[in-house]
Design a protein around this ligand. Structure first.
Ligand code: SAH
Length: 452
């Protein structure tokens, strides 16, 4: 039996879906972060359970051929990247493997359905969104950066390779400002100041600067806003979001305009999209265009179809397909996103689209009850996937094709299985690397009705 703090030798033979290395020691399977397939390591045992153990690398005795220099001083403590120490090729293989494992083990489907992964052209600086927690350390010094792995501890770090330079520059300036007046940082006692910075950018380089604070106004706010406005002409929108609750949710309910536009407008797949701070928007612009193009290919529209876009956000996927179908219906739960979707249709002179705000499961059932029979349905749910009730409703609406866009292979695989039990078959699945260096992988699947 292995004991805590004992040093063991391990050959790393695979990676978990979270990117941890897996090695066997006798009867036990050990998980060790920051290792690569092909490593031989000495690891310190941190915890042992019945069949599994957790360890930390002490020494890489024989490095894997996949290893590269991480080029980030905090890569092993930060919760953002898990694949900075392996080559991008190895990372893409690991992500494709994650999709195959989910599809075969959970979905009980053949591995051959999973196509090659579409890699991202940019593996650094690709993010168009950053949320930076701001806090005070034990000595009252300002800390800003990213959450450490599996925790809400802020790891101080002003430059992130995944962010564009302009985000890093703005973050450094805000840090310099706050360091001079730490009283502007939110604490559970003062309940007033800054909790997070929230930045977004467009393909054209326009930037939204949002402060998430305990109160709408806080001392020194004007000086901060004025200095940033003056230095960064790229900032087109300044807003303050108010969150006074002590929960894990970052955004509060109310957003107020400070200066400029209330939201940014980005160009995607040749259309213009206004995106409110509250609305979801894919964070890797160029890769999103490829993902949407694949979804459109899978939808195989001819111009005659009714298309239902469930979990539509600001309407992006459906609106990029609206030129190829007869009618588009979108459903989304966030009211601001639905307002964006309606305006985005109008701004792009799209007249065959209508949007509903509501829960996808309830809205689909309502549409079905009204006799709506979509030919193609696109679903793009959050990580938890679809509800079994929604899958039943979709099957009852009997579309020819369902295009499933997913950010979690495990819940997608679970849902694909339910479709295959009800007269639908999965034709193929294409993984996309939307989030280089993290363990997350996006997929799009095409599911077709079996004609009896
Ligand atoms: N298709 C969009 C958004 C995908 S993200 C795009 O490509 O940008 C998933 C979306 O589902 C988010 O906008 C989220 O607000 C929405 N959502 C979450 N739960 C929902 C529910 N129960 N019903 C409808 N929409 C929901």
């Amino acid at each position: 039996m292995y004991r805590k703090n004992e040093i063991i030798e391990l050959d790393i033979t695979s990676l978990t879906s979270d990117g941890d290395g897996v090695g066997r020691a006798g009867e036990l399977v050990f998980f060790v972060p920051n290792t690569a397939v092909g490593d031989t390591i000495r690891a310190k045992v941190l915890k042992v359970k019945k069949n599994v153990g957790f360890g930390r690398v002490e020494e890489v005795m024989k490095p894997s051929a996949d290893r590269i220099e991480p080029e980030c001083p905090v890569s092993f403590s930060c919760g953002g990247c898990v694949y900075r120490h392996i080559s991008y090729d190895a990372e893409c293989s690991a992500k494709r493997r994650k999709v195959i494992d989910a599809v075969t083990r959970i979905g009980k489907l053949p591995a051959e359905l999973v196509r090659e992964i579409i890699p991202s052209e940019n593996i650094d600086g690709y993010r168009n969104k950053a949320m930076i927690p701001v806090g005070l350390d034990r000595d009252g010094k300002v800390v800003m950066g990213y959450y450490a792995r599996h925790s809400h501890h802020i790891m101080h770090c002003l430059r992130c390779r995944l962010s564009p330079d302009i985000f890093n520059d703005i973050i450094a300036d805000v840090y310099a400002f706050l360091s001079r007046c730490p009283a502007l940082v939110y604490t559970p006692q003062n309940r007033g100041g800054i909790r997070h910075l929230y930045l977004r950018s467009t393909a054209a380089g326009e930037v939204m600067f949002c402060v998430i604070a305990g109160k709408r106004r806080f001392e020194g706010d004007k000086a901060l806003y004025d200095s940033l406005k003056e230095k960064y002409p790229q900032i087109k929108s300044m807003v303050v979001n108010v969150n006074s609750l002590d929960t894990n949710v970052i955004l509060g309910d109310q957003t107020f305009s400070v200066w400029g536009a209330d939201s940014l407008t980005d160009t995607l797949c040749g259309l213009r999209f206004e995106i409110a701070p509250e609305a979801f928007y894919q964070i890797n612009h160029d890769q999103t265009q490829r993902l949407y193009a694949k979804a459109k290919e899978y939808a195989a529209l001819t111009g005659a179809e009714t298309l239902l876009d469930l979990y539509c956000g600001a309407g992006t996927i459906g609106l990029t397909m609206a030129d190829s179908c007869k009618e588009l219906i979108g459903v989304e739960i966030i009211p601001e996103a639905i307002e964006n979707a309606r305006r985005n249709a109008a701004e792009n002179s799209i007249t065959n689209a209508r949007f509903f705000c509501g829960d996808a499961t309830a809205a689909a059932e309502k549409l079905r009850g009204e006799g709506v029979r979509p030919d193609v349905i696109v679903v793009d749910p959050p990580r938890k996937g679809l509800t079994p009730e929604l899958i039943d409703t979709i099957v009852q609406m009997s579309p020819d094709r369902v295009v499933y866009v997913s950010c979690d292979p495990a819940t997608m695989a679970r849902d694909l299985k339910l479709f295959t039990e009800q007269n639908y078959s999965v034709k193929e699945i294409t993984p996309f690397d939307m989030f280089p260096r993290t363990c997350h992988v996006e997929s799009v699947a095409i599911i077709s009705r079996i004609f009896l």
